[in-house]
Design a protein around this ligand. Structure first.
Ligand SMILES: [Fe+2]
Ligand SMILES: [Fe+2]
Length: 148
């Protein structure tokens, strides 16, 4: 397995949690929605964090390109985080319409973002970075959320 396959699989794992939270929110099942939403956010922060703290810096160091694709991806991560905060508020308010409206925006953003990573950036990483993907698995396993 290479970086692209490994990270694309994690995209899909996050997508499943996203869909679980969205379905529960649509049903008005806020206990399930809240739990799935929290799992989704944790999985996403871990994914974005591993990219920002390890994968992107390794790529930037290897290529010397700091203001290219990784900068764009970091900006999109920040756009996602704004939506995470808004969705969290909608969960607290148990507001289905609000939640589904924001999650629709997030879904489009995530789909476009993930496609760019999977089709371009991860493939570039597989060409430039060491093949040992075991180290990325370890980074996921060791990842801890930042203190709030
Ligand atoms: Fe990303
Ligand atoms: Fe990603």
């Amino acid at each position: 397995m290479n970086i692209r396959q490994f990270m694309a699989q994690d995209h899909r794992d996050c997508d499943l949690l996203f869909a679980k939270a969205e379905n529960a929110a649509a049903d008005g099942d806020w206990q399930t929605a809240s739990q799935a939403f929290n799992e989704f956010i944790r999985a996403m922060e871990r994914h974005l964090g591993v990219e920002e703290q390890t994968l992107f810096p390794a790529f930037e160091q290897e290529t010397g390109v700091l203001s290219g694709p990784t900068e764009m991806m970091r900006m999109e991560h920040d756009q996602m985080r704004v939506l995470f905060v808004e969705m969290k508020y909608a969960v607290q308010q148990k507001d289905s319409d609000e939640y589904l409206g924001i999650s629709e925006t997030l879904l489009i953003l995530m789909q476009q973002h993930n496609m760019k990573e999977e089709q371009i950036l991860y493939s570039m990483m597989d060409q430039r970075l060491p093949e040992d993907v075991g180290q990325w698995q370890t980074k996921f396993d060791d990842w801890q959320p930042e203190q709030e």
